[in-house]
Design a protein around this ligand. Structure first.
Ligand SMILES: NC(=O)c1ccc[n+]([C@@H]2O[C@H](COP(=O)([O-])OP(=O)(O)OC[C@H]3O[C@@H](n4cnc5c(N)ncnc54)[C@H](OP(=O)(O)O)[C@@H]3O)[C@@H](O)[C@H]2O)c1
Length: 289
């Protein structure tokens, strides 16, 4: 069985084989999950996502609905030559940009923003127009988590005057002047560390972020999961085996890095799609332990 990506997330629809039925008893939802996210977003109609009870999806929530999107090789590598690009393919990029197109905000750790040289989140004008028509802001808020606030001065995201950027930090410092519109979510604990739960609550309450797509990296992922701040994981498994111990001596990153999750998080499969031997898995995070 095949289903199409909704046009809102790709101007050139790509077909996926469906391996499992969608988690949708009524069978009325598109398998490609971005729709469920759009329905939770700030400008969208108040309908529940697949599997949720109907009603205002954000009712009672104090933080955004957080979705993690990651790609890995079959043997678990999250990077090749220090980047995720070599693990991707056109279908993966369609999902990557599709998810960006339906959320209120996109978040990444500063390590990822620096390594991947982040630029404008939704560069395609047609996608921005579609977002606007659906009541979303044209450009998702770009949220960057950082303690150091150390970014290259020519980082494309910060050099773009149309980008709106929120820096999540416990630092009292600010960036040097940037072309991008930058604001700060300063949520420090007494020990000086960043309180991610408070930062996400502020994104929700002050900046009206209802759906937050987190694009990693592995260290930020671990912190979010440890704090119980992730609702779903989209994992694209690339049909590659890469081995370990990179020749350049860099770290062998997996989709989580840093400290162990104790106990491990438990997840439930929502859907599985396949295209060109790549698996697109969507999981709901249940709990830890
Ligand atoms: N396979 C994939 O899907 C995928 C996805 C994303 C990234 N990646 C790859 O992963 C690598 C980067 O990942 P990474 O794990 O090293 O970096 P990361 O998690 O993206 O970023 C780590 C940085 O984020 C900031 N940060 C994270 N948690 C924080 C907290 N609680 N408080 C304050 N600041 C916090 C710090 O920034 P400061 O250093 O500025 O203080 C920290 O150094 C890159 O090679 C990238 O290509 C792969």
């Amino acid at each position: 069985m095949r289903s199409k990506i909704p046009t809102v997330i790709s101007s050139a629809p790509i077909t996926f084989k469906r391996l499992l039925p969608p988690d949708d008893p009524a069978g009325t939802r598109e398998i490609l999950a971005g729709l469920g996210l759009r329905e939770r977003s700030s400008g969208a109609p108040a309908r529940g996502p697949a599997g949720a009870s109907p009603g205002a999806p954000d009712a009672g929530r104090t933080r955004p609905y957080v979705v993690l999107n990651m790609v890995s090789t079959l043997d678990g590598r999250a990077t090749l030559q220090g980047r995720s690009g070599p693990l991707s393919d056109p279908a993966d990029r369609a999902l990557f940009h599709g998810l960006r197109s339906v959320v209120d905000a996109v978040m990444a750790g500063a390590g990822t923003v620096r390594a991947e040289r982040y630029g404008p989140i939704v560069p395609d004008p047609d996608t921005r127009r579609l977002r606007s028509e659906q009541g979303l802001r044209e450009r998702p808020l770009a949220c960057v988590v950082s303690a150091s606030l150390a970014f290259p001065p020519d980082l494309p995201l910060l050099a773009d005057p149309d980008s709106q950027v929120a820096i999540l930090t416990s630092s009292r410092e600010s960036l040097p002047e940037t072309a991008a519109q930058v604001e700060y979510v300063r949520a420090g604990r007494e020990d000086g560390s960043l309180a991610l739960d408070m930062a996400l609550a502020e994104l929700h309450d002050r900046l009206h972020v209802r759906t937050l797509l987190c694009e990693g990296g592995p260290h930020l992922n671990t912190e979010l999961l440890s704090a119980g701040l992730v609702d779903e994981l989209f994992l694209s498994i690339s049909p590659l085996l890469a081995g370990g111990d990179p020749a350049d001596g860099g770290p062998t990153l997996r989709i989580l890095a840093g400290t162990d999750l104790q106990p491990p998080a438990r997840l439930e499969l929502i859907s599985a799609l396949e295209r060109d031997s790549r698996l697109f898995l969507r999981y709901r995070v249940l709990d830890r332990g």
